[in-house]
Design a binder for this molecule. Structure first.
Ligand code: ATP
Length: 448
Protein backbone atom coordinates (compact mmCIF):
# COMPACT_ATOMS: atom_id res chain seq x y z
CA UNK A 1 0.00 0.00 0.00
CA UNK A 2 1.23 3.45 -0.91
CA UNK A 3 2.25 5.16 2.35
CA UNK A 4 0.56 8.49 1.57
CA UNK A 5 -2.63 6.75 0.75
CA UNK A 6 -2.33 4.82 4.02
CA UNK A 7 -2.41 8.12 5.88
CA UNK A 8 -5.39 9.36 3.85
CA UNK A 9 -7.24 6.13 4.47
CA UNK A 10 -6.54 6.26 8.17
CA UNK A 11 -7.73 9.87 8.43
CA UNK A 12 -10.91 8.93 6.63
CA UNK A 13 -11.46 5.84 8.82
CA UNK A 14 -10.93 7.97 11.92
CA UNK A 15 -13.66 10.33 10.84
CA UNK A 16 -16.07 7.75 9.47
CA UNK A 17 -15.93 5.51 12.52
CA UNK A 18 -15.72 8.23 15.15
CA UNK A 19 -12.13 8.26 16.32
CA UNK A 20 -11.12 11.82 15.42
CA UNK A 21 -12.95 14.84 14.00
CA UNK A 22 -11.72 18.26 13.02
CA UNK A 23 -12.62 20.64 15.83
CA UNK A 24 -15.68 22.74 14.89
CA UNK A 25 -15.79 21.13 11.47
CA UNK A 26 -19.25 22.63 11.02
CA UNK A 27 -17.65 26.09 10.92
CA UNK A 28 -14.64 25.19 8.83
CA UNK A 29 -12.53 23.83 11.68
CA UNK A 30 -9.58 25.56 13.32
CA UNK A 31 -6.12 24.52 12.20
CA UNK A 32 -4.29 22.46 14.78
CA UNK A 33 -7.32 21.54 16.92
CA UNK A 34 -9.05 18.16 17.00
CA UNK A 35 -11.96 16.46 18.74
CA UNK A 36 -11.80 12.85 19.81
CA UNK A 37 -15.02 10.95 19.10
CA UNK A 38 -16.56 7.95 20.85
CA UNK A 39 -13.83 5.52 19.75
CA UNK A 40 -11.01 8.06 19.97
CA UNK A 41 -11.71 8.90 23.58
CA UNK A 42 -11.66 5.19 24.49
CA UNK A 43 -8.37 4.59 22.69
CA UNK A 44 -6.82 7.68 24.23
CA UNK A 45 -8.00 6.76 27.72
CA UNK A 46 -6.67 3.22 27.32
CA UNK A 47 -3.31 4.55 26.19
CA UNK A 48 -3.06 6.90 29.15
CA UNK A 49 -4.20 4.12 31.50
CA UNK A 50 -1.47 1.83 30.19
CA UNK A 51 1.21 4.49 30.75
CA UNK A 52 -0.06 5.34 34.23
CA UNK A 53 -0.21 1.69 35.23
CA UNK A 54 3.31 0.98 33.99
CA UNK A 55 5.02 4.10 35.33
CA UNK A 56 2.97 5.06 38.41
CA UNK A 57 0.82 2.20 39.67
CA UNK A 58 3.41 -0.57 39.31
CA UNK A 59 6.31 1.43 40.78
CA UNK A 60 7.06 2.62 44.27
CA UNK A 61 9.36 5.47 43.21
CA UNK A 62 6.95 7.52 41.06
CA UNK A 63 3.82 9.42 42.12
CA UNK A 64 1.28 11.38 40.11
CA UNK A 65 0.22 14.99 39.76
CA UNK A 66 -2.58 16.85 38.00
CA UNK A 67 -1.65 20.51 38.02
CA UNK A 68 -3.40 23.55 36.61
CA UNK A 69 -3.05 24.54 32.96
CA UNK A 70 -2.80 28.25 33.76
CA UNK A 71 -0.50 29.21 36.59
CA UNK A 72 1.50 32.11 37.96
CA UNK A 73 3.43 33.55 34.98
CA UNK A 74 6.58 33.73 37.09
CA UNK A 75 6.89 29.98 36.46
CA UNK A 76 7.41 30.68 32.75
CA UNK A 77 9.79 33.55 33.41
CA UNK A 78 12.00 31.47 35.72
CA UNK A 79 11.93 28.49 33.38
CA UNK A 80 13.09 30.60 30.45
CA UNK A 81 9.94 30.07 28.35
CA UNK A 82 8.92 33.75 28.23
CA UNK A 83 12.32 34.67 26.84
CA UNK A 84 13.10 31.64 24.76
CA UNK A 85 10.22 29.27 23.94
CA UNK A 86 10.22 30.27 20.32
CA UNK A 87 10.43 28.95 16.81
CA UNK A 88 12.13 30.68 13.90
CA UNK A 89 9.42 32.25 11.76
CA UNK A 90 9.97 32.98 8.07
CA UNK A 91 7.58 34.60 5.58
CA UNK A 92 7.48 34.14 1.83
CA UNK A 93 7.19 37.46 0.00
CA UNK A 94 5.66 35.80 -3.05
CA UNK A 95 2.94 33.59 -1.62
CA UNK A 96 2.73 35.31 1.81
CA UNK A 97 2.75 32.01 3.65
CA UNK A 98 4.47 31.67 7.03
CA UNK A 99 6.58 28.71 8.06
CA UNK A 100 9.41 27.57 10.34
CA UNK A 101 13.08 27.62 9.34
CA UNK A 102 13.01 23.83 9.73
CA UNK A 103 10.40 23.63 6.93
CA UNK A 104 12.59 25.43 4.32
CA UNK A 105 13.02 23.68 1.01
CA UNK A 106 16.67 22.70 0.67
CA UNK A 107 16.16 19.91 -1.84
CA UNK A 108 18.36 21.61 -4.44
CA UNK A 109 21.79 23.23 -4.15
CA UNK A 110 21.73 27.02 -3.81
CA UNK A 111 19.65 29.24 -1.56
CA UNK A 112 16.89 27.79 0.62
CA UNK A 113 13.39 28.27 -0.73
CA UNK A 114 9.75 28.59 0.35
CA UNK A 115 8.43 25.05 0.91
CA UNK A 116 5.10 25.99 -0.73
CA UNK A 117 5.85 28.04 -3.88
CA UNK A 118 9.65 27.43 -3.97
CA UNK A 119 10.36 31.16 -4.23
CA UNK A 120 13.70 32.41 -3.02
CA UNK A 121 12.11 35.68 -1.85
CA UNK A 122 11.85 34.88 1.82
CA UNK A 123 12.34 37.00 4.95
CA UNK A 124 15.04 36.46 7.54
CA UNK A 125 14.06 34.14 10.38
CA UNK A 126 12.69 35.93 13.45
CA UNK A 127 11.84 34.55 16.87
CA UNK A 128 8.19 33.73 17.42
CA UNK A 129 7.16 32.73 20.95
CA UNK A 130 4.75 29.81 20.68
CA UNK A 131 3.13 30.18 24.11
CA UNK A 132 -0.56 31.10 24.03
CA UNK A 133 -1.32 34.20 26.09
CA UNK A 134 -4.49 35.00 27.96
CA UNK A 135 -5.67 37.28 30.77
CA UNK A 136 -6.64 36.24 34.25
CA UNK A 137 -9.46 38.31 35.73
CA UNK A 138 -11.57 41.07 34.21
CA UNK A 139 -8.81 43.50 33.25
CA UNK A 140 -6.94 42.90 30.03
CA UNK A 141 -3.60 44.50 30.78
CA UNK A 142 -0.03 43.27 31.01
CA UNK A 143 -0.22 42.67 34.77
CA UNK A 144 -3.03 40.16 34.12
CA UNK A 145 -1.19 38.28 31.36
CA UNK A 146 -0.91 34.53 31.86
CA UNK A 147 0.00 31.61 29.61
CA UNK A 148 -1.53 28.29 28.68
CA UNK A 149 1.18 25.83 29.63
CA UNK A 150 3.28 24.68 26.65
CA UNK A 151 4.39 21.56 28.56
CA UNK A 152 3.34 19.78 31.74
CA UNK A 153 6.89 19.61 33.11
CA UNK A 154 7.24 23.02 34.77
CA UNK A 155 4.25 22.51 37.08
CA UNK A 156 5.96 19.32 38.22
CA UNK A 157 9.16 21.19 39.07
CA UNK A 158 7.38 23.89 41.06
CA UNK A 159 5.65 21.18 43.10
CA UNK A 160 8.94 19.39 43.83
CA UNK A 161 9.08 20.35 47.52
CA UNK A 162 5.33 19.92 48.16
CA UNK A 163 5.43 16.39 46.80
CA UNK A 164 8.69 15.45 48.48
CA UNK A 165 7.32 16.54 51.84
CA UNK A 166 3.90 14.98 51.34
CA UNK A 167 5.23 11.61 50.20
CA UNK A 168 8.62 11.50 52.02
CA UNK A 169 10.10 10.05 48.86
CA UNK A 170 13.86 10.12 48.62
CA UNK A 171 16.01 10.68 45.55
CA UNK A 172 15.85 8.84 43.19
CA UNK A 173 12.13 9.41 42.70
CA UNK A 174 9.83 10.72 40.03
CA UNK A 175 6.65 12.71 39.49
CA UNK A 176 4.37 11.83 36.58
CA UNK A 177 1.73 13.92 34.91
CA UNK A 178 -0.64 13.50 31.99
CA UNK A 179 -2.31 16.60 30.70
CA UNK A 180 -3.00 19.13 28.01
CA UNK A 181 -0.31 21.37 26.61
CA UNK A 182 -0.73 24.25 24.15
CA UNK A 183 1.68 25.57 21.55
CA UNK A 184 0.88 28.15 18.92
CA UNK A 185 2.69 26.08 16.30
CA UNK A 186 3.57 27.98 13.12
CA UNK A 187 2.86 24.99 10.93
CA UNK A 188 0.51 22.49 12.56
CA UNK A 189 -0.20 19.51 10.36
CA UNK A 190 0.04 15.85 9.50
CA UNK A 191 -3.29 15.17 11.21
CA UNK A 192 -2.75 14.89 14.98
CA UNK A 193 1.07 14.71 14.72
CA UNK A 194 1.51 18.43 15.28
CA UNK A 195 -1.42 20.26 16.86
CA UNK A 196 -1.80 23.46 18.81
CA UNK A 197 -3.60 21.70 21.65
CA UNK A 198 -2.33 18.26 22.58
CA UNK A 199 -1.67 16.01 25.53
CA UNK A 200 1.61 14.98 27.09
CA UNK A 201 2.64 12.16 29.41
CA UNK A 202 5.69 13.35 31.28
CA UNK A 203 7.87 12.12 34.11
CA UNK A 204 10.44 14.21 35.88
CA UNK A 205 12.77 11.75 37.54
CA UNK A 206 15.09 13.24 40.18
CA UNK A 207 18.49 11.61 40.70
CA UNK A 208 21.80 12.25 42.37
CA UNK A 209 23.98 14.17 39.89
CA UNK A 210 26.59 11.42 39.83
CA UNK A 211 24.01 8.83 38.74
CA UNK A 212 22.46 10.83 35.91
CA UNK A 213 23.94 8.89 33.00
CA UNK A 214 22.90 5.50 34.37
CA UNK A 215 19.31 6.66 34.93
CA UNK A 216 19.19 8.32 31.54
CA UNK A 217 20.10 5.05 29.80
CA UNK A 218 17.60 3.16 31.94
CA UNK A 219 14.78 5.52 30.97
CA UNK A 220 15.59 5.24 27.27
CA UNK A 221 15.34 1.45 27.51
CA UNK A 222 12.15 1.47 29.59
CA UNK A 223 10.38 4.00 27.39
CA UNK A 224 11.29 2.11 24.21
CA UNK A 225 10.07 -1.14 25.76
CA UNK A 226 6.71 0.41 26.65
CA UNK A 227 6.01 1.18 22.98
CA UNK A 228 7.03 -2.34 21.98
CA UNK A 229 4.78 -3.83 24.66
CA UNK A 230 1.90 -1.79 23.23
CA UNK A 231 2.33 -3.71 20.02
CA UNK A 232 4.18 -1.17 17.85
CA UNK A 233 6.40 -3.08 15.41
CA UNK A 234 10.04 -2.95 16.46
CA UNK A 235 11.20 -2.18 12.94
CA UNK A 236 9.06 0.98 12.90
CA UNK A 237 10.79 2.36 16.00
CA UNK A 238 14.30 3.69 16.35
CA UNK A 239 16.37 5.57 18.88
CA UNK A 240 17.88 8.86 17.72
CA UNK A 241 20.65 10.26 19.86
CA UNK A 242 20.66 14.02 19.34
CA UNK A 243 24.08 15.38 18.38
CA UNK A 244 25.45 18.23 20.53
CA UNK A 245 24.46 20.80 17.90
CA UNK A 246 20.76 19.85 18.27
CA UNK A 247 20.59 19.71 22.07
CA UNK A 248 18.38 22.19 23.93
CA UNK A 249 20.47 24.58 26.04
CA UNK A 250 19.54 22.82 29.31
CA UNK A 251 20.15 19.30 28.04
CA UNK A 252 23.26 17.21 28.60
CA UNK A 253 21.89 14.39 26.46
CA UNK A 254 18.65 13.71 24.61
CA UNK A 255 17.51 10.57 22.86
CA UNK A 256 14.32 10.63 20.82
CA UNK A 257 12.23 7.57 20.22
CA UNK A 258 11.22 7.93 16.60
CA UNK A 259 8.50 6.27 14.55
CA UNK A 260 8.66 5.67 10.85
CA UNK A 261 5.70 7.90 9.90
CA UNK A 262 4.38 7.84 6.31
CA UNK A 263 5.00 11.59 5.93
CA UNK A 264 7.73 14.13 6.33
CA UNK A 265 7.42 15.92 9.65
CA UNK A 266 10.08 18.57 9.04
CA UNK A 267 10.26 18.97 5.28
CA UNK A 268 12.58 16.75 3.26
CA UNK A 269 12.48 12.95 3.39
CA UNK A 270 9.43 11.32 4.85
CA UNK A 271 9.84 8.79 7.60
CA UNK A 272 11.43 8.96 11.02
CA UNK A 273 10.03 11.59 13.38
CA UNK A 274 9.89 12.11 17.12
CA UNK A 275 7.36 10.16 19.13
CA UNK A 276 8.87 10.99 22.49
CA UNK A 277 12.06 12.46 23.91
CA UNK A 278 14.15 11.42 26.89
CA UNK A 279 16.31 14.29 28.14
CA UNK A 280 18.94 14.67 30.81
CA UNK A 281 17.95 18.18 31.94
CA UNK A 282 20.72 18.32 34.58
CA UNK A 283 19.95 20.62 37.53
CA UNK A 284 18.71 23.38 35.23
CA UNK A 285 15.04 23.34 36.30
CA UNK A 286 15.36 22.87 40.05
CA UNK A 287 18.03 25.57 40.09
CA UNK A 288 15.83 27.89 38.05
CA UNK A 289 13.06 27.51 40.64
CA UNK A 290 15.48 27.70 43.60
CA UNK A 291 15.03 24.21 45.02
CA UNK A 292 17.58 22.29 46.98
CA UNK A 293 17.50 18.75 48.37
CA UNK A 294 18.94 17.44 51.62
CA UNK A 295 19.66 13.71 51.83
CA UNK A 296 19.59 11.51 54.97
CA UNK A 297 23.21 12.48 55.74
CA UNK A 298 22.27 16.16 55.61
CA UNK A 299 24.20 16.54 52.37
CA UNK A 300 22.66 19.28 50.25
CA UNK A 301 22.55 19.12 46.49
CA UNK A 302 20.38 20.01 43.54
CA UNK A 303 19.10 16.80 41.96
CA UNK A 304 19.52 16.19 38.25
CA UNK A 305 16.37 15.51 36.26
CA UNK A 306 15.80 12.81 33.67
CA UNK A 307 12.70 13.58 31.65
CA UNK A 308 10.88 10.97 29.55
CA UNK A 309 8.28 13.04 27.69
CA UNK A 310 5.75 11.54 25.28
CA UNK A 311 2.83 12.95 23.32
CA UNK A 312 -0.48 11.14 23.75
CA UNK A 313 -1.78 12.23 20.36
CA UNK A 314 1.44 11.38 18.52
CA UNK A 315 1.59 7.99 20.19
CA UNK A 316 -2.03 7.45 19.20
CA UNK A 317 -1.27 8.29 15.57
CA UNK A 318 1.69 5.88 15.52
CA UNK A 319 -0.41 3.16 17.14
CA UNK A 320 -3.22 3.61 14.62
CA UNK A 321 -0.86 3.63 11.63
CA UNK A 322 0.98 0.60 12.91
CA UNK A 323 -2.21 -1.35 13.52
CA UNK A 324 -3.84 -0.50 10.16
CA UNK A 325 -3.84 -3.36 7.70
CA UNK A 326 -5.68 -3.80 4.43
CA UNK A 327 -6.41 -7.18 2.92
CA UNK A 328 -7.40 -7.11 -0.73
CA UNK A 329 -10.18 -9.53 -1.52
CA UNK A 330 -10.91 -10.07 2.14
CA UNK A 331 -9.91 -12.81 4.54
CA UNK A 332 -12.82 -15.14 3.90
CA UNK A 333 -14.07 -16.80 0.74
CA UNK A 334 -17.60 -15.44 0.79
CA UNK A 335 -18.49 -13.56 -2.38
CA UNK A 336 -19.37 -10.50 -0.33
CA UNK A 337 -15.95 -10.26 1.28
CA UNK A 338 -14.16 -11.15 -1.97
CA UNK A 339 -15.40 -7.97 -3.55
CA UNK A 340 -13.99 -5.72 -0.91
CA UNK A 341 -10.78 -4.54 0.63
CA UNK A 342 -10.97 -5.65 4.20
CA UNK A 343 -9.48 -3.46 6.92
CA UNK A 344 -8.26 -4.90 10.21
CA UNK A 345 -7.05 -2.60 12.96
CA UNK A 346 -4.71 -4.89 14.83
CA UNK A 347 -4.68 -2.84 18.01
CA UNK A 348 -3.20 -4.26 21.17
CA UNK A 349 -6.14 -5.69 23.11
CA UNK A 350 -5.53 -3.34 26.02
CA UNK A 351 -5.90 -0.35 23.68
CA UNK A 352 -8.93 -1.46 21.63
CA UNK A 353 -11.89 0.91 22.16
CA UNK A 354 -14.36 -2.00 22.38
CA UNK A 355 -13.11 -5.26 23.83
CA UNK A 356 -16.04 -7.30 22.63
CA UNK A 357 -19.08 -7.03 20.37
CA UNK A 358 -22.29 -9.02 20.79
CA UNK A 359 -23.91 -9.95 17.50
CA UNK A 360 -27.18 -11.91 17.37
CA UNK A 361 -27.31 -13.89 14.15
CA UNK A 362 -30.78 -12.52 13.47
CA UNK A 363 -32.75 -9.47 14.60
CA UNK A 364 -35.64 -11.73 15.67
CA UNK A 365 -36.61 -11.27 19.32
CA UNK A 366 -35.90 -14.96 19.89
CA UNK A 367 -32.17 -14.14 19.50
CA UNK A 368 -31.99 -10.44 20.29
CA UNK A 369 -33.43 -10.98 23.77
CA UNK A 370 -30.73 -13.38 25.01
CA UNK A 371 -28.09 -11.39 23.09
CA UNK A 372 -29.09 -8.15 24.82
CA UNK A 373 -28.93 -9.96 28.16
CA UNK A 374 -25.36 -11.09 27.41
CA UNK A 375 -24.52 -7.58 26.24
CA UNK A 376 -25.79 -6.01 29.44
CA UNK A 377 -23.83 -8.46 31.57
CA UNK A 378 -20.59 -7.91 29.66
CA UNK A 379 -21.00 -4.12 29.73
CA UNK A 380 -20.42 -4.18 33.47
CA UNK A 381 -16.91 -5.50 32.86
CA UNK A 382 -15.75 -4.39 29.39
CA UNK A 383 -16.51 -1.72 26.80
CA UNK A 384 -18.96 -3.77 24.76
CA UNK A 385 -20.65 -3.07 21.43
CA UNK A 386 -23.97 -4.44 20.23
CA UNK A 387 -24.84 -4.74 16.57
CA UNK A 388 -27.73 -6.55 14.92
CA UNK A 389 -27.82 -4.71 11.60
CA UNK A 390 -26.86 -6.35 8.28
CA UNK A 391 -25.17 -9.69 7.55
CA UNK A 392 -22.92 -11.33 10.10
CA UNK A 393 -19.90 -11.10 7.75
CA UNK A 394 -20.40 -7.37 7.37
CA UNK A 395 -20.75 -6.96 11.12
CA UNK A 396 -17.51 -8.88 11.73
CA UNK A 397 -15.76 -6.56 9.32
CA UNK A 398 -17.21 -3.46 10.98
CA UNK A 399 -15.68 -4.66 14.25
CA UNK A 400 -12.36 -5.67 12.63
CA UNK A 401 -12.08 -2.17 11.21
CA UNK A 402 -12.20 -0.59 14.67
CA UNK A 403 -10.01 -3.24 16.27
CA UNK A 404 -12.54 -5.10 18.48
CA UNK A 405 -10.62 -8.22 19.58
CA UNK A 406 -13.64 -10.52 20.13
CA UNK A 407 -17.09 -10.94 18.62
CA UNK A 408 -19.72 -13.03 20.39
CA UNK A 409 -22.36 -14.51 18.11
CA UNK A 410 -25.67 -15.69 19.45
CA UNK A 411 -27.33 -18.19 17.08
CA UNK A 412 -30.35 -20.48 17.12
CA UNK A 413 -28.28 -23.30 18.57
CA UNK A 414 -27.45 -21.05 21.52
CA UNK A 415 -31.07 -21.37 22.59
CA UNK A 416 -30.59 -25.14 22.88
CA UNK A 417 -27.03 -25.60 24.13
CA UNK A 418 -26.61 -22.27 26.04
CA UNK A 419 -23.36 -21.65 24.18
CA UNK A 420 -22.18 -18.79 21.97
CA UNK A 421 -19.48 -18.51 19.32
CA UNK A 422 -16.53 -16.29 20.12
CA UNK A 423 -14.52 -15.12 17.12
CA UNK A 424 -10.97 -13.85 17.38
CA UNK A 425 -10.18 -10.69 15.33
CA UNK A 426 -6.66 -11.74 14.37
CA UNK A 427 -6.89 -15.49 13.79
CA UNK A 428 -10.61 -15.55 12.89
CA UNK A 429 -10.63 -18.75 14.94
CA UNK A 430 -13.93 -19.54 16.60
CA UNK A 431 -14.59 -21.09 20.02
CA UNK A 432 -17.89 -22.34 21.30
CA UNK A 433 -18.20 -21.10 24.88
CA UNK A 434 -20.82 -21.72 27.60
CA UNK A 435 -22.72 -18.47 28.25
CA UNK A 436 -22.07 -18.93 31.97
CA UNK A 437 -18.30 -19.06 31.36
CA UNK A 438 -18.16 -16.19 28.86
CA UNK A 439 -17.03 -13.46 31.24
CA UNK A 440 -14.16 -15.53 32.57
CA UNK A 441 -13.19 -16.71 29.08
CA UNK A 442 -13.00 -13.16 27.73
CA UNK A 443 -11.24 -11.85 30.81
CA UNK A 444 -8.52 -14.47 30.38
CA UNK A 445 -8.20 -13.87 26.64
CA UNK A 446 -8.05 -10.10 27.02
CA UNK A 447 -5.27 -10.18 29.57
CA UNK A 448 -3.15 -13.03 28.14
P1 ATP B 1 8.95 18.71 17.83
O1 ATP B 1 10.43 18.78 17.62
O2 ATP B 1 8.26 17.67 17.02
O3 ATP B 1 8.28 20.06 17.78
P2 ATP B 1 9.51 18.87 20.58
O4 ATP B 1 10.91 18.35 20.64
O5 ATP B 1 9.27 20.33 20.65
O6 ATP B 1 8.74 18.22 19.33
P3 ATP B 1 8.93 18.20 23.26
O7 ATP B 1 8.91 19.60 23.73
O8 ATP B 1 10.11 17.34 23.58
O9 ATP B 1 8.66 18.15 21.71
O10 ATP B 1 7.59 17.49 23.76
C1 ATP B 1 7.51 16.13 24.11
C2 ATP B 1 6.52 15.38 23.25
O11 ATP B 1 5.29 16.08 23.14
C3 ATP B 1 6.98 15.16 21.83
O12 ATP B 1 7.83 14.05 21.72
C4 ATP B 1 5.68 14.93 21.11
O13 ATP B 1 5.25 13.57 21.24
C5 ATP B 1 4.71 15.80 21.87
N1 ATP B 1 4.47 17.06 21.15
C6 ATP B 1 5.25 18.18 21.16
N2 ATP B 1 4.72 19.13 20.39
C7 ATP B 1 3.56 18.61 19.89
C8 ATP B 1 2.54 19.13 19.03
N3 ATP B 1 2.59 20.36 18.56
N4 ATP B 1 1.50 18.31 18.72
C9 ATP B 1 1.42 17.06 19.20
N5 ATP B 1 2.35 16.53 20.01
C10 ATP B 1 3.41 17.29 20.36
Amino acid sequence: MNQNSKMEKLVSLCKRRGFIFQSAEKYGGLQGFWDFGPLGVELKNNLKKSWWQRFVQERNDIVGLDSSIITNPTVWEKSGHVQGFSDKLIECKDCNRRFKDADLDGSEPGPLKCPYCHSEKITKAKDFNTMFKTFVGPVEDSSATAYLRPETAQNIFVNFENIRQATRLKVPFGIAQIGKAFRNEITPGNFIFRSREFEQMEIEYFVEPKNDERWFEKWVVESHQWFIDLGIKKENLRLYKQPKSELAHYSKATTDIEYNFPFSAKGGEKGWAELMGIANRTDFDLKAHDFIYKDENNQEFVPYVIEPSAGVDRAMLAILLDAYEEIKGGRTTTTESNKEVEVVLRLHKSLAPYKVAVLPLSKKEQLSKPALEIYQNLQKHFMTAYDEISSIGRRYRRQDEIGTPYCVTVDFESLEDKKVTVRDRDTMGQDRVEIGDLMEYLDEKLTE
